[in-house]
Ligand binder design. Structure first.
Ligand SMILES: Nc1ncnc2c1ncn2[C@@H]1O[C@H](COP(=O)(O)OP(=O)(O)OP(=O)(O)O)[C@@H](O)[C@H]1O
Length: 576
């Protein structure tokens, strides 16, 4: 990390002439051209011999794959998927998404709903305001966004929430889910709790849970934008705010808390927070929140929300059957809304698969890619913190300009700074881990590269969903090695479902079994992406170990100090 920081922030001079073409790319709007295309570089429609471990290429097509092998087109792929959706859904009106002035039109999406007495969608923000009496200060703040009409999920989800119904909403990445719950939530709260106009009870009235600190922060910012001009108390839960809220007089005045589950549960357990006045609970990235890592914490939060009229809503771009069942059991007489096709990215993202043989071949492939004109900012996903750091270091050492890195092993300040640089457009290449895969909205991200194969179809959908947001086009490249090949079919199905073409030899691969799918992306990879690199990394590790040693000695000295002070002895300094 040290080498990376030193070089990326101070040591490397950016040669503007050399990267003139790249600089110009910043001024261009997204690339024109055909829609999604699935490309497998090095592939001529045939299974490369080195991947044909089980001689699938020679096997006859299965019945299921016949359509694909007969040259399934985009439309055919989508039709087939539609037919496969066998749920008894109603209300399938397509709606029109109007873009903000500066953005391209968000494409039409088919919307399906399931549940009793589904309220009709609101096609305009004005309709929503009239029907549900949206406070004028929220409406005027909304106007500042420049959105001319609600997106599909906003049209459908907002009336459902404003009708006080529980909701499970599934809508592709970048389609405005955040506003679809924030606007109704703030409307339902009516006015800040401190206002005498409403009976707000005592204590926080709404909770939004998100899986990462970065996402919670982003939602908090969106909420503040919507709330500006009134004295709403909207808290981004952190160690510091949790300490402040330990004071009952302060926490009783809070309207909304946005948090990660762990932080909130810690406060619940220490008795510094009660949720008995909570009337709205939203789980963003619901499938992640309901997976084994977070489930018990989320259940604890749900159990603590004891108000008799607590409304619950879950949102995500993906909701696999298992997570959906847990969600539905948690909700009360819910309505389910699906925008587009479930677990399917938007066709705005041009997806491709690149064969790279083995792990050491990825770096040269990436360097070659970045040595040609590309569309910054590019977001690159690595499978672990050390690999993200190592890859960022490598890119810096290869003089790739404006490289950045973000993962959960960095300090809070480092993470915040990295996000800020990304938002300011200072990062051209951001290397990250799953921490950035969900929910993060950097409008300008033009390209996503899956350097390491994702661990699940859901992870793939969320990672590539960092581009192609709010109606913009994007590009997503996924590297795969021989070791990843057994899982390729799962990702290829996603390409197919989103209307992309997939080379025949991939379609001939067998679908991995459920057991096998669990192993997806869990290939053992070296911590360093360049095994040949010894010097820079060795130095960095040596320095890191020296710092750790120094800290240990200081701590020891501290204890010694205390002991000495107790004994009336002298203070002493430890050499680093
Ligand atoms: N009505 C609208 N018109 C145009 N753009 C909008 C509208 N509502 C939201 N957006 C923009 O769309 C982008 C994506 O919104 P948001 O982050 O809420 O997407 P999301 O569906 O939650 O995505 P993800 O699944 O990745 O979390 C944001 O930049 C937001 O400003």
């Amino acid at each position: 990390m040290e080498a990376f920081q030193l070089l990326s922030r101070g040591g490397v001079q950016f040669d503007k002439n050399r990267f003139k073409q790249d600089v110009q790319l910043f001024d261009k709007t997204s690339k024109k051209g055909g829609n999604s295309k699935a490309l497998v570089q090095n592939a001529d429609g045939q299974l490369p011999t080195q991947l044909d471990f089980f001689k699938y290429a020679q096997a006859g097509p299965s019945k299921k794959r016949k359509g694909a092998e007969a040259g399934l087109s985009h439309a055919d792929g989508l039709k087939r998927r539609k037919a496969e959706e066998s749920e008894d859904e109603e209300g399938d009106d397509a709606d029109v998404d109007m873009p903000p002035n500066s953005a391209p039109p968000i494409p039409r999406h088919k919307v399906t709903t399931k549940g009793s007495n589904v309220p009709p969608p609101a096609d305009t923000f004005e309709a929503l305001k009239e029907r549900y009496n949206v406070p004028s200060h929220l409406m005027s703040n909304l106007l500042q966004y420049g959105y001319t009409a609600p997106t599909a999920i906003q049209s459908y989800a907002s009336p459902i929430l404003l009708d006080s119904r529980d909701l499970a909403a599934i809508s592709p990445t970048g389609t405005g889910k955040t506003l679809s719950y924030l606007l109704p939530l703030m409307t339902a709260l009516g006015a800040p709790g401190s206002s005498s106009k409403i009976d707000a009870g005592v204590g926080v009235r709404a909770i939004v849970l998100a899986p990462t600190r970065e996402l919670a922060h982003q939602i908090h910012n969106e909420c503040l934008k919507l709330a500006q001009g009134r004295k709403w108390r909207i808290v981004l839960f952190s160690k510091a705010t949790a300490a402040t809220l330990a004071d009952k007089a302060v926490r009783d005045k809070v309207d909304v808390i946005i948090s990660t589950p762990l932080r909130l549960v810690a406060s619940l357990q220490s008795g510094h927070l009660t949720l008995d006045n909570v009337r709205h609970l939203v789980l963003d990235e619901a499938d992640r929140m309901l997976d084994t890592e977070f489930l018990s914490q989320v259940q604890e939060v749900v159990a603590a929300c004891t108000h008799e009229h607590v409304q619950k809503a879950v949102f995500s771009a993906t909701l696999p059957a298992g997570a959906e069942k847990i969600a539905m059991d948690m909700l009360n007489d819910p309505i389910r809304v699906v925008v587009g096709l479930k677990d399917t990215p938007l066709p705005l993202i041009a997806q491709s698969l690149t064969y790279v043989a083995d792990d050491p071949s990825k770096l040269p492939t990436l360097l070659t890619y970045l040595s040609q004109p590309y569309n910054p900012p590019v977001l690159i996903f690595a499978s672990s913190q050390p690999r993200a750091t190592s890859l960022a270091e490598e890119l810096v050492l290869h003089a790739i300009p404006n490289v950045d890195c973000l993962h959960a092993g960095m300090t809070k300040k480092e993470r915040e700074d990295a996000v800020s640089r990304m938002r300011r457009g200072e990062s051209w290449v951001m290397v990250s881990t799953e921490v950035m895969a969900r929910g993060m909205d950097f409008k300008g991200v033009r390209e996503v590269i899956n350097y390491d194969f994702p661990q699940s179809v859901q992870s793939y959908i969320h990672r590539i969903g960092r581009t192609g947001r709010a109606g913009r086009e994007g590009k997503a490249i996924t590297y795969f090695t021989d070791e990843d090949a057994p899982y390729l079919k799962s990702i290829a199905n996603v390409l197919l479902q989103s209307g992309s073409q997939v080379p025949e030899w991939i379609l001939k691969l067998p679908k991995p079994s459920k057991l096998k799918r669990k192993q997806m992306g869990k290939v053992k990879r070296a911590e360093a992406v360049n095994p040949a690199r010894r010097v820079g990394r060795g130095e960095a590790i040596k320095k890191r170990d020296m710092i750790a040693g120094s800290q240990r000695r200081k701590e020891k000295a501290g204890k010694g100090e205390k002991h000495n002070a107790d004994a009336g002895g002298e203070d002493f300094d430890m050499a680093p």
